[in-house]
Design a protein around this ligand. Sequence first.
Ligand SMILES: [Zn+2]
Ligand SMILES: [Zn+2]
Length: 330
Amino acid sequence: MDSGAVAGLAIGCTISAAIIIIVCIMISRQLGYCNWFGANEKKDRRTPTPSNPAPLAPVVAPPIVHPPKKDDHRASLPVQSKPKVRKPNPLPILDVTPKPRKEISSPVDNPASDLCPKYLCKKYIRILKLASGYFNVRHDRCYCSLCYPAERTSVFTTAGSQYTVPRGWTNFGLQIDEAAFNSNRIFSKWFTTFYGTSRDDVESIIRNRFIPFSGDNLLDGSVFTRHIYDKRYILSSPSINYASLERFCPTDTVLIKHKWYDIKIVLACKQYPLGLLKQRGFKSNVCRIIPDDEIEWKTDQRATTIPYSILIRVQGHRCNQQCRSQHSSS
Ligand SMILES: [Zn+2]
Ligand SMILES: [Zn+2]
């Protein structure tokens, strides 16, 4: 081999080596293993300036991987925190949902028609065959616990005289002689009293327009016979409790829609004040409003006790030893 060929081979090898070195450097730079040309860029990333904002992008990623504290997590990751905020929501939702259910369920489970006895009272009036002409529906009023709440007054006053609110009773207005009532100012000047009666007597009385004495001859030719002995006077009371005692107001046990009920009838009356005697009743501690020593009112004045409405009380019947066999089949 001559010297020229050796020189050419040496130059070729040198150039090849140089090319290989350059290529290796370029590859290393692409892979990031070489700092020779990137030293200034790394310095810029550590100390970012407004004039060099682009390299900030990789810095945002690390907090996503490391949520060290709850506060930091909420502040730095508002988007990721949304699903976690939903977790406490079920508690307030559970607290809220039962409230409307309670309000809705009570009237649905206990409809007014099941609590208010007015429809049962109307059925009883039909059983008694009392003609509709006796009644004035404009004065109907119910004092059951649903229609007349406990917070309302328990005592009324008329003509300066107190009488009890007939709680638990349903009031059916009667037709009255309006001319007589207006001319005598009966509603404002006469007392209000209750007169306990029975299913056998009630129609005779309301047809007669006033409470008769026992033994009186009535318009239909019959003789009024009271179920208690009060021949020459009439007993009434400003207390619905006293007037509805069994002695004056016998219970009528009636089957309505396959169920037995205990029913009582009391007449609400306007009573002429003069000649009235207020006395102690045959039983004490019957009423917490009207005193015992003036709970029974007595009059011997004819046509001075005028009924203006029928009060009916319906209660579920509970059998005792005597009546069980009679009411067992319903
Ligand atoms: Zn009612
Ligand atoms: Zn019974």
